[in-house]
Design a protein around this ligand. Structure first.
Ligand SMILES: C[S@@+](CC[C@H](N)C(=O)[O-])C[C@H]1O[C@@H](n2cnc3c(N)ncnc32)[C@H](O)[C@@H]1O
Length: 381
């Protein structure tokens, strides 16, 4: 059994838990992630299938230390050659907060020395550090004097599904975008719109869900594939299982529009990589011109936040337009706005049903729900 910690965007911990409930029965929610135990099959499956998770970390050991020499001796005690081969490269990522140990670079260096010295003791050569493309990633979380040492089974974050080449400057993290779709409770069959789609992340994540495509299927690599106990036959079997569950016959309409053609080009590139060109409709269109063919749809947008000085009036007008389009064109839609501009949302001018607090990186953000029903706004106009 592996003792695991799965990291995820802040605010989505409960969704991360619900997603893997059937793969572990002792899941505990923490800030920014969940703790649980699972076996090798569970570990591979979660890496392949979690839409919300970002790094699936396996705890190696834990210790308390009040100075650097104790850190060195505690880390050196561990049997590192079971995890890092002398011809492999590795990297150490140190995170967390500690009054005693404020210099993370120094900490990282101490831990690296202890690992290398321990491996060198029994071998003639030693593994080296590679900051760009390491075989093994060791993550250390410091909380005051407590240290938890993990090995990262995902490698690069799971939100990097592998369907992008260029990234829109304000693109959402794919795990967060998947979380927004889940929080909307979209039933995966009604029409789905993102009328400010940028590079298409929300619509693409919606499509992956609707067609039951595991988010990890396009990835070229996971961290555990470089581990000494890697079971390629098991992993291939699990991948085949996921491929067999894809259902492209499912009937659903998914649309993404944006005012900038260059963004639509990025979205189309992703659909091509995913072989979903015929399953999501992306086109250049301003939201002001939105004339939906369908009612009873779900719409999620992530409008610009307006981070430039002097831009607030333009942004307020944009949010007012969003409210007007919702009210006039989106009858019977379940509409959502995801934004970090909490002043601008007041200009939408409609009552929200629900405000969900989330983080977009470091930005305090909200997912706001506007269920639009015929008649309720008629009196105002
Ligand atoms: C924050 S970005 C969306 C990023 C997107 N969620 C992604 O992951 O790539 C906001 C997008 O709204 C688009 N936009 C701004 N005004 C618009 C309008 N009036 N109609 C349609 N799109 C608009 C911008 O071009 C930009 O791509």
């Amino acid at each position: 059994m592996y003792k695991c910690y799965l990291t995820c965007p802040r605010g989505l911990e409960k969704l991360a838990k619900d997603e893997i409930n059937h793969l572990s029965n002792d899941i505990q929610i923490n800030k920014g992630g969940i703790n649980f135990h699972t076996d090798k099959e569970g570990l591979y499956n979660i890496n392949l299938r979690s839409r919300i998770g970002m790094h699936l970390l396996v705890e190696l050991f834990e210790f308390n230390a009040k100075n650097e020499s104790i850190i060195y001796s505690e880390v050196k005690k561990f049997n590192w050659d079971e995890h890092i081969d002398t011809n492999q490269t590795f990297i150490i990522k140190t995170r967390g907060n500690s009054e005693t140990f404020q210099n993370k670079n120094f900490l990282t260096l101490k831990i690296k020395d202890a690992i290398v010295d321990q491996i060198k003791k029994n071998k003639l050569s030693r593994p080296s550090i590679d900051k760009n493309n390491p075989d093994i990633i060791i993550s250390v979380y410091v909380s005051d004097n407590n240290f938890k040492v993990y090995i990262d089974s995902s490698g690069i974050s799971l939100h990097k599904r592998g369907y992008r080449n260029k990234i829109h400057k304000a693109a959402l993290n794919e795990s967060l975008a998947a979380g927004l779709v889940m929080l909307s409770n979209w039933n995966r069959s009604d029409p789905f719109y993102d009328t400010m789609c940028g590079s298409g992340t929300i619509a693409i994540e919606a499509a992956l869900m609707a067609y039951n495509i595991a988010p990890g299927l396009l990835r070229k690599h996971f961290g555990f594939q470089k581990w000494q106990d890697y079971d390629q036959i098991l992993f291939n079997k699990l991948k085949d299982e996921q491929k067999s569950l894809i259902n492209l016959d499912h009937k659903v309409k998914i649309f993404g529009y944006d005012s900038e053609f260059s963004n639509i080009v990025m979205a189309l590139y992703s659909t091509k990589l995913l072989d979903l060109e015929n399953y999501i409709s992306f086109k250049k269109q301003r939201m002001e011109k939105f004339e939906p063919k369908y009612t009873k749809a779900t719409l999620i947008i992530n409008p610009p936040y307006g981070d430039r000085i002097g831009e607030q009036d333009t942004i307020n007008a944009l949010y007012k337009m969003i409210g007007d389009i919702f009210k006039n064109k989106c009858i019977d839609f379940n509409c959502f706005v995801f934004t970090a501009n909490l002043d601008a949302v007041k200009h939408i001018g409609l009552r929200t049903n629900q405000k969900i607090v989330l983080k977009n990186g470091n930005l305090d953000s909200r997912l706001l729900n506007y269920p639009i029903q015929k008649g309720i706004y008629d009196k105002k106009n």
